[in-house]
Design a binder for this molecule. Structure first.
Ligand code: CUA
Length: 358
C-alpha cells in the first residue's frame, strides 16, 4: 500500500511559517498587547475605586485583565487567521502537511504561561499582604449583621449607628459578626467582600480615599429580605467624622438623660433591633419601605383583629409576624425570632412605645 503523494498543487499551498504569516502574527501580537493595555488601564466595567485597598486590587486586576486580553486576542487571532488562510479548497482531497510537533514552540508556550502565573501569584500575595497589614491607629468598628440590616458600633466612642461613617485616609478595622445566618459585607467601590458569620468574627480593613457615600450590600443570600439588606458607608473628613460622632453621642446622652421620657427607651429598642430598616415611623425618623408603615399604629392596632387588644396584637405581631401579615406584604420577610432575641422587658417597652404612636 503506497502513501498518498502530494500533488504539485498542494505544494503551492501557503505554509504556516512563511514570511507573510510571521508578519501577520507579529502585527496581531502587537495589536493584542496594545488592546490589552488599553482595556486594562481604562477598564470600562469598573467604577473608580474609593479605597486604598481597592486601588491596589484594581492595579493587579488591570494587569491580569491586560495580559488575559492579550492572550485571548493572540489565540483567537491565530485561530481566525488559520481558518481563513488554510481552509480546504474545493476539490482538494490531499492530506494536510505531516507536521509532527514543534519542540521550540511547545517549550515556548509552556514556559510563558508558567512565568506569567508565577508573576501574578507573587503580585497577588504582595497585594494581599499589603491590604491586610494593620495600621497602629486603625479605627475599630464592630459590625453586626442581622436579617435584614447592618449595625455599626464604635467601641472607642461607644456609639451605635445603622450607617457606617469613616474618616478619610484612616485605616478602619471592621470586626464583623452575624446575629443569625451567614451574610456578606460588600462595598463595591472598596472592592471588599467578606462573609459575616454567626459562629466567628471575621475581619477586614478599609481605608476610604475619596469623600462620598457608597452602598453597603449584603451579598450572601440570607432570607427573603436579602435584596433589601443595604446600608451605606460615608467617607468624610476627620473634622466631619468627629462632629458626627459627637452628634451621635449627644443624641444617645440626651435620650439617656430623659429617663422620664417613656418613649426614649422604646425608640432606642426600635432602632437597636433595626425595625427602622424596614418600617416607616416618623417618631423614630425611620424611613424603611419594606414593611408596613407604622405611623399611627397605636391607634389602629386594637381594631385589626376582633377581640384582640392593641397591646396583645402588637406583641404577637412582633413575636409571630407570619401570623399577622398585613395585606400586600409577603410572609417570611420579617424575622421570626424577635421573641428569642428581645428580652421580656425590651419587648414590653417596644410595645408600649408603639402603643403611643397615635
Ligand atoms: Cu444578609 Cu443577604
Amino acid at each position: 500500500m503506497s502513501h498518498p503523494t502530494h500533488s504539485d498543487a498542494a505544494g503551492d499551498r501557503p505554509r504556516a511559517f512563511d514570511a507573510t504569516s510571521k508578519l501577520v502574527a507579529g502585527i496581531i501580537g502587537l495589536l493584542a498587547v496594545v488592546a490589552g493595555l488599553v482595556i486594562g488601564l481604562n477598564n470600562p466595567f469598573l467604577n473608580r475605586a474609593a479605597s486604598a485597598e481597592g486601588s491596589r486590587i484594581d492595579t493587579l486586576f488591570s494587569l491580569t485583565l491586560g495580559m488575559a486580553t492579550a492572550v485571548f486576542v493572540i489565540v483567537q487571532g491565530f485561530l481566525l487567521y488559520g481558518i481563513v488562510r488554510f481552509s480546504r479548497q474545493p476539490d482538494d482531497e490531499s492530506d494536510g502537511l505531516p507536521i509532527r510537533g514543534h519542540t521550540r514552540l511547545e517549550v515556548f508556550w509552556t514556559a510563558v504561561p508558567a512565568i506569567v502565573i508565577v508573576i501574578v501569584g507573587i503580585l497577588s500575595y504582595q497585594v494581599l499582604a499589603e491590604i491586610e497589614r494593620p495600621a497602629e491607629d486603625a479605627l475599630v468598628v464592630e459590625v453586626k449583621a442581622f436579617q435584614y440590616a447592618w449595625q455599626f458600633y464604635y467601641p472607642e466612642h461607644d456609639v451605635t449607628a445603622t450607617e457606617l461613617h469613616i474618616p478619610l485616609d484612616r485605616q478602619v478595622l471592621l470586626r464583623m459578626r452575624s446575629n443569625d445566618v451567614i451574610h456578606s459585607f460588600w462595598v463595591p467601590e472598596f472592592r471588599i467582600k467578606k462573609d459575616v458569620m454567626p459562629d466567628r468574627v471575621t475581619e477586614t480593613y478599609i481605608t476610604g480615599t475619596k469623600l462620598g457615600a457608597y452602598p453597603i450590600v449584603c451579598t450572601e443570600l440570607c432570607g427573603a429580605g436579602h435584596a433589601i439588606m443595604r446600608s451605606q458607608v460615608i467617607v468624610q473628613s476627620d473634622a466631619n467624622f468627629r462632629a458626627w460622632i459627637a452628634s451621635q453621642k449627644t443624641e444617645a446622652e440626651a435620650a439617656a438623660a430623659r429617663p422620664a421620657d417613656p418613649l426614649a427607651a422604646g425608640r432606642r429598642i426600635f432602632k437597636n433591633y433595626a425595625c427602622d430598616a424596614c418600617h416607616v415611623l416618623t417618631d423614630a425618623r425611620a424611613m424603611g419601605v419594606i414593611g408596613p408603615n407604622l405611623d399611627g399604629i397605636g391607634a389602629r392596632a386594637g381594631n385589626i383583629v376582633p377581640g384582640q387588644s392593641a397591646e396583645e396584637y402588637l406583641r404577637l405581631a412582633i413575636v409571630k409576624p407570619n401570623d399577622y401579615i398585613a395585606e400586600g406584604y409577603p410572609a417570611n420577610l420579617m424575622p421570626q425570632d424577635y421573641g428569642l432575641r428581645m428580652s421580656e422587658q425590651e419587648l414590653a417597652e417596644l410595645v408600649n412605645y408603639l402603643l403611643e404612636m397615635k
